[in-house]
Design a binder for this molecule. Structure first.
Ligand SMILES: [Fe+2]
Length: 235
């Protein structure tokens, strides 16, 4: 089995995220499945670096444990239960989005320390490749700083404030002074946090290295917003 079955109580997991800012399920990916994914992704990332081509996410999904992860209904159910406190405002599943982030070189630098809120309530993340320097490329968190917003417009204001150059400089300075929560990411573990409520970013790392994380975002909180749909249509 590439992925272990989660036998944690979803209510306890949600409480731990509330209290600690995140929760972790260790050794979620089996060692053979993790190593196979690491080999596959590292090879493809090296190819991209040398040829300048785009990373083929679909190939990575089909040839690694990611396909199993995305199709794992028990995992989806688990995340639904973890997020059950946020149901009222969200449409029923399916309402989640998988992605694979492969960062290296200049691209990795420009995508590091970009502090933001997610649009989705719960973020589930599996680190696959991490740089060798143990103090780099960590998850930086300012956990649970905002409440769920009753309207999409307030959510947009929040995001505009966090995205502003002044706020970004402030967060970077706090991070430099080690004043922000840092979560060391270990490949194969599963990390869960409230992406909607937490300001977060990945820390910078040596551009010669590659950082790869698989992410599933659950429950786009303002999916039903008419304003959001209107703005998306004109973007
Ligand atoms: Fe995020």
């Amino acid at each position: 089995m590439p992925l272990s079955q989660i036998d944690h109580d979803p209510e306890i997991v949600a409480r731990r995220i509330d209290e600690n800012g995140f929760d972790v399920i260790e050794n979620y990916v089996s060692t053979p499945a993790l190593e196979q994914a690491q080999r596959f992704i590292a090879e493809r990332a090296d190819d991209c670096k040398s040829t300048g081509s785009h990373f083929d996410q679909e190939a990575a999904h089909k040839n690694t444990f990611l396909q199993d992860w995305h199709d794992d209904e028990r995992f989806i159910d688990f995340c639904r239960e973890v997020s059950s406190g946020y149901y009222e405002k969200t449409p029923p599943p399916p309402n989640w989005k998988p992605s694979l982030r492969v960062l290296s070189g200049e691209h990795g630098q420009s995508h590091s320390q970009l502090f933001h809120y997610d649009s989705y309530v719960l973020t589930a993340m599996i680190p696959i490749l991490m740089p060798r320097c143990p103090d780099s490329a960590q998850l930086i968190l300012i956990p649970n700083v905002r409440s769920m917003r009753p309207s999409y417009l307030i959510n947009v204001f929040d995001k505009l404030i966090v995205d502003s150059p002044l706020a970004q400089r402030f967060f970077k300075q706090r991070n430099k002074n080690k004043r922000l929560k840092r979560v060391p990411l270990i490949p194969g573990n599963l990390y869960l946090f409230w992406g909607y409520r937490s300001i977060h970013a990945s820390d910078s790392f040596d551009p010669a290295e590659t950082r790869c994380t698989a992410i599933m975002h659950f429950y786009d909180y303002h999916k039903q917003s008419k304003l959001k749909r209107f703005l998306s249509a004109y973007r």
